[in-house]
Write a protein that binds this ligand. Structure first.
Ligand SMILES: [Zn+2]
Length: 316
């Protein structure tokens, strides 16, 4: 029994026909039409119909960034696309031959990891996606946690520093400002300014421009450069402290770390674990969750969206 998953990103729309084991059978990818709601909807409709053609697909899940209502019908707000209180499900369903469900993209990716990736065999999982920002997904008691209005699980916007750095969400001191890919760049550039272990960071920066970006930092992490590793430790330290608070509330068996920065692997997980254990309330008595790197990487959004849609279709 197959389902279709669509993942709407800032630059591309990815789609896949996915079987019940999370395996991609057929896939497609198109550029995201810039700023135009109707063109984007047409791309999604065409992709669902092309992927479903001649198959037994029973449902389609559409993952998008931003706030989605708890019934999977309305996009309250999404960045990069002019959707505000958009009745997306009702716009799409008459044009495709299957029921449609809309899901937040971080939730879709988290669900994919829970079902088929690093979170499988757990009942309670927290996933943090470390990209430009910090995305979050919570699975509690085998179910995706959405909150009463559908806008729950925004873990990146937990306040970790009172009166801290301003965040894109309008608040101050969110973990997103201290534990994201953008924060890692800030740490690396500060270390480059300081000399010492930041010497190599400064050399690469001088060669490639006036600010160190993710690719340069990633390459230096791979080379075990002491400055780049220090920047990763700073990032991991903040994330570990945040995870300790998440553990106090949610008590997951597994934390899954995804996103571009997760390619640092154990070099990121080790400082996260260390800070986590130093910060965990009732440490020494609280069972220790595992920290794992996400496994599905680029396919998590489409695989998760498809599985959410399949489960929804079966249960109704
Ligand atoms: Zn925020």
């Amino acid at each position: 029994m197959h389902a279709i998953g669509i993942d709407i990103g800032g630059t591309k729309v990815a789609g896949a026909l996915v079987d019940e084991n999370g395996t991609i059978v057929r896939q497609d990818r198109k550029p995201t039409p810039a700023g135009d709601s109707e063109s984007l909807k047409q791309v999604v409709v065409d992709m669902i119909n092309e992927l479903a053609d001649g198959t037994d697909a029973i449902a389609a899940g559409v993952a998008a960034p931003g706030f989605i209502d708890a019934t999977g019908s309305i996009v309250y707000y999404t960045p990069n696309v002019p959707w505000r209180h958009e009745q997306l499900r009702h716009a799409l369903e008459p044009k495709v031959g299957v029921p449609v469900i809309i899901e937040n993209d971080a939730n879709a990716a988290g669900w994919a990891e829970f079902r088929f990736g690093a979170g499988r065999l757990s009942t309670d999982m927290v996933m943090l996606t470390i990209g430009t920002g910090v995305g979050g997904a919570i699975v509690a008691n085998d179910r995706l946690f959405r909150g009463g209005f559908g806008a729950g699980g925004e873990l990146g916007h937990m306040r970790i520093v009172p009166n801290g750095l301003p965040c894109g969400c309008g608040a101050n001191g969110c973990i997103e400002q201290y534990g994201s890919g953008r924060a890692l760049q800030r740490y690396a550039n500060t270390l480059a300014d300081a000399g010492g272990i930041g010497q190599k960071l400064a050399e690469v920066r001088a060669k490639n421009g006036n600010y160190l970006h993710g690719a340069d930092i990633g390459a230096l992490i791979d080379d075990d450069d002491p400055g780049a590793l220090q920047a990763v430790r700073q990032l991991g330290d903040w994330l570990g402290q945040a995870c300790a608070s998440f553990a106090a509330i949610l008590d997951p068996q597994v934390f899954v770390i995804g996103g571009g920065v997760a390619s640092a692997g154990e070099k990121l997980l080790a400082p996260i674990r260390q800070a986590f254990l130093q910060t965990l309330p009732a440490r020494g008595y609280h069972p220790e969750p595992e920290f794992r790197i996400a496994e599905l990487v680029n396919d998590a959004g489409v695989v998760g969206a498809a599985d959410v849609a399949r489960q929804h279709a079966i249960s109704r």
